[in-house]
Design a protein around this ligand. Sequence first.
Ligand SMILES: Cc1cc2nc3c(=O)[nH]c(=O)nc-3n(C[C@H](O)[C@H](O)[C@H](O)COP(=O)(O)OP(=O)(O)OC[C@H]3O[C@@H](n4cnc5c(N)ncnc54)[C@H](O)[C@@H]3O)c2cc1C
Length: 371
Amino acid sequence: MNFLLSDYQLSRQEEFRRFAEEEIDTGEHFPRGNLRKAAERGYMGLPLPEEWGGENEDFLTYILLIEEISRVCAATGAIIAVHTSVGSFPILYFGTGEQKERYLPALARGEMLGAFALTEERSGSDAAALASTAVAEEGGYRLNGSKMFITSGGEADIYTLFATIDRSLGYKGITAFLVEGNSPGLHAGKSEKKMGLNRSSTTELSMQDLFVPAENRLGEEGKGFYIALSLLDGGRIGIGAQGLGLARASIDYTTEHLKEVEKTGKKTEQAVSFALADLAARLEAARLLVYRAAVAKDSGEKCSREASMAKYYATDLAMEAASRCIDLCSYHGGKADNPLAGYFCDAKAPQIYEGTNQIQRIVVARELLNM
Ligand SMILES: Cc1cc2nc3c(=O)[nH]c(=O)nc-3n(C[C@H](O)[C@H](O)[C@H](O)COP(=O)(O)OP(=O)(O)OC[C@H]3O[C@@H](n4cnc5c(N)ncnc54)[C@H](O)[C@@H]3O)c2cc1C
């Protein structure tokens, strides 16, 4: 029985699972092929409205897609999640008619890849402290500064990028811009070598006298911080779905492994089977949190607390499940070429991006305590 998903959503979930298992590759390079195949099926614009070239699906259905893809290739899941929730939604929610026409259909069809550039060397959790500047001049703005850890850096065609028009205004000076990937003055560094998710490029982005035409300012001057924050709830639910996919990958692998071991006549120790049962129960709990947050977002209610809970619970579980499953598979699980090692390494970044899991706890605690 599934009381959260409609028959239609269950059938789409099945379709996404088959797609991920049969079509998604787990190679080493930036997964252009996976993105192309996803685009052919409309998955790059799943929750975007039909009038802008999307599939008009609800957010929960999109979450099912991210979970299934992340179970097979977490990097592809991350790239699609960033492209959708913080690469395309800003234009849908805050863009002018002209900006929507120019970018949304291409993003929805996967002809353009979207990305989000907020973090800087000295402003991660404290996004309001960003130092990149935007100085108004005739016809637009001149941007200088640099961004760090940008997913799809150097690969994306369009960035929602944040800079301040006046640092003395604090968060009230932050302004959002739509910056095309091939703009003169925008340079992407080399992709960071990370402990996991290495198929997704993560780069520095530097702006050197980068000219952004006035028509590419997103929203009003000074509204960038509000724009960034209002995207994060959806983004965090997507990362929660990534956590679900990764946790499931570890648990599924370990379950199959233990069944194979049993076939050789070696009985699974009770301590091992109990640990697996605990992980399976926590996965169900995480799924309820993530789906609940998605339903809240679909209904238009404020869902910051739900999104934060879903993000930290599911991604912490992904990390713990990988670590625990390596223990449960013992020497077999500890081998570097075992998939569990990959899941373990991939699980770290989702605990950090779209707001670290410590920051998520602050969001929840603030709401509980009216802080
Ligand atoms: C793989 C990867 C991809 C990323 N992709 C993007 C992207 O596409 N776009 C983008 O803009 N950014 C991206 N980021 C950046 C990410 O969002 C930041 O790394 C994150 O917000 C944390 O910022 P920071 O690294 O500066 O850490 P800091 O903010 O310096 O935090 C360091 C530590 O202090 C803790 N901390 C900070 N403030 C508090 C507080 N008030 N209370 C308690 N603890 C606190 C943090 O939880 C953390 O443990 C990505 C990061 C990674 C690792």
